[in-house]
Design a protein. Structure first.
Length: 208
């Protein structure tokens, strides 16, 4: 895989992992109740779940590549369409935010309990397998060995996910004021949304 392609993947994956979702909410809640320690163990559980989900995606894509290059191209087109859809959704709805009124602080829990919570939130959320199935084929070279390419993408995705969740934990732990207002949420949604739509359009053109 070319270094430039990997950088493009990092940018798209970073935008996706930085977008608040169920994992970010859970990390925020556990950080408020158990400190940064709670956020870290929750994030570790979450990326473990992402590894399982991404692995399932990789197995399916590998079988597809080995049996039909036409079907693989179709998956690329569908994946590009998904990126555009996600971008439009972000543009319309803005970035979700954690409302402090919805957060309840629980008693301090063990590391294993926090880890399992993080893993379950990933395994019960199809975002990872949908996203990896949509995105990974765009950066795979069929002429090169598949395992090293998939391994690089999976572990990059996991590292970015953990980094973003850890940042959420630090921000929540050190926050003195309420989370961003809806105006900034909408602005960030339009920035992220435009990036996803643009990336999807570029990938559609590259697939033709």
């Amino acid at each position: 895989m070319a270094f430039e392609s990997w950088l493009v993947f990092c940018v798209i994956a970073l935008l996706a992992t930085a977008t608040p979702g169920p994992a970010a909410l859970l990390v925020s809640i556990n950080t408020l109740s158990d400190g940064v320690r709670g956020g870290v163990f929750t994030a570790l559980g979450n990326i473990s779940g992402l590894f399982v989900m991404s692995g399932l995606s990789v197995i399916g894509l590998s079988v597809l590549v080995l049996n039909s290059s036409v079907a693989f191209t179709m998956v690329k087109m569908i994946g590009a369409g998904y990126l555009i859809y996600m971008g439009v959704k972000l543009w319309k709805n803005g970035i979700g935010r954690v409302d402090s009124a919805d957060v309840t602080c629980n008693v301090r829990r063990g590391a294993l309990s926090l880890y399992i919570q993080g893993g379950l939130i990933a395994l019960t959320n199809p975002k990872a397998i949908i996203f990896t199935t949509a995105l990974f084929p765009q950066f795979i070279s069929l002429s090169d060995p598949l395992l090293p390419q998939f391994s690089l993408l999976v572990f990059t995705f996991m590292a970015l996910s953990f980094s973003c969740l850890f940042c959420y934990s630090l921000l929540v732990f050190g926050a003195k004021e309420k989370s961003r207002n809806m105006a900034s949420s909408r602005l960030l949604g339009r920035i992220f949304g435009s990036t996803f739509v643009g990336a999807g359009c570029v990938l559609v053109g590259a697939s033709k």
